[in-house]
Design a protein around this ligand. Sequence first.
Ligand code: ZN
Length: 427
Amino acid sequence: MLIHSGTIITPTEEKGADIFIEDGIIKAEDGGSQETIMIDATGLLVFPGFIDCHVHFRDPGLTDKADMKTESKAARFAGVTTVCEMPNTIPATVSITALKDKIKKSEQITDCDMRFFFGATRAEHLSELKILWTDSKYSTLKEKCCGLKVFFDHSTGDQGAGKEVIKEAFKLCNELKIPLVAHCEDPEINNAAADSVEGDDISLHSEMRPPEAEEKSIKDAIGLVREYGTAFHVAHLSTAKGLDLIRQAKKDGLPITCEVTPHHLFLSTDQYKYSGTLVKMNPPLRSESDRHALWEGIKDGTVDCISTDHAPHTLEEKEVTPTLSAPSGMPGVETMIPLLLTAAHEEAISYADILRCCFTSPNSIFNLGKEEIAEGNMADIVIIDPNEKWTLKKEDLLTKCGWSPFTETKMTGRVKHVLLARDSVAL
Ligand SMILES: [Zn+2]
C-alpha cells in the first residue's frame, strides 16, 4: 500500500512524505510489490492511531449501555485505535479471573487494541494484582493490563477504596512499577457539599462536588507520591487548582502525570441548561475559568494526556426525575478527535500537542508499546482531512447509547482512513 504525499505529524515536525506499507511494516521506499493500493493523501494529515487511555466499554455486565464491539467500532471510526478500559464492569476487574475473561472477550474485537486496568477496593485485590505481575504464568495477561485504577471517591460501580487500600496501592505499584491511576475527589468534602445543597436542578451536581474536593484529593495523592515514589497519574483532572498542584509537583521533580477530558475542555457549567442530565459526570462540569486553565495546561505541557472517560448510559437512564438521580457519565470516544481537530483549526491546540496528548504520552505512561510512524515500524495509521467541514449528526453515531451532547456541533477536520497495522485493512 502507498499513502501518497501526506503530511506526517511527528513530535518534532510536520513532514511531507510517501509511506509504503508491506505486511503491516512501514517502508520509506516502494518494495516493488505489484498491486499497490494507493491512498492519495495530498493535503491530508497522517497521524499514528490515537490512544484513549480512559474508557468504560461496560462489557461485561452493563451491555445495555455499551459493549466492546459497538464502542471499539465507534472508536476506530473516529481515529482511536487503542483504548485503556476501566475496571468498573460487572464483575469488576479486581481478580485475575475477571481480567482473563475480559481479555478473552476482547480477542473477538478487531477494530481496537483493548488494554485493561485492574481495580482494587480491598487488600485481596492488590494481592491478586501482585500475583498477576510477578507470576510468569500470567505474563500474557499482564501484557494486556495497563495498570491499576483506584477511586478516591465512590463513582459509577461503587469502586471507592479506603485510605489503607490506597496506601497499599501506592506501595505495591512503586515496588512492581505498575502504572497507578486515580479518580481524585475527596469523599468528605463531596458529602458535606451534597448535604448543604437543596433542590433538584441538575446544575447543583457541580456544587455537590466542588473543586475543593479535587484539590484536597490531589494534595493527598501528591503526599503519597512523595512518601512512596510511585509514578502516579491523575484521571480526568478538571480544576485550575488541581492543575496548579500538578504543575508544582512536576517542578519539584515528582513522577506525576495527568489527563483531561474533552468534556472539561469544551463544556462548562453553562452547558447544563442545554444538555441537562446528559452532561452529568464525575468530576462534574466546572466554571469557564477552570475550563480555560485546562487549555493553558495543555499549552505549557502540564497536561500529559487527553482522554475521554467515555462512560455511556442509555437515554432512558439519563432521562429520569429527580434529575440529580441520573447516572454520571457521557460517551466521548467518538467525538474526541473531531473536537480536537476543530480546536486545532481554530489554533487553540497544535497538531504536535494532539499527537503528544493522544498518542506519545499515554503510550509511554501506560507502557502500551505502540509504534510511531517511522520506517520499520508497525504503526496504526490515521489519515485526516484537516479542512473538511461537517456537522455531527445523532443518526451517524456508532456508540450503542446513540447520543452525545456534541450532536449538531459544526466540526472542521475529519478522519478519512484508519489503517490497522495488524490487518492492513482500509476502513
Ligand atoms: Zn472513568
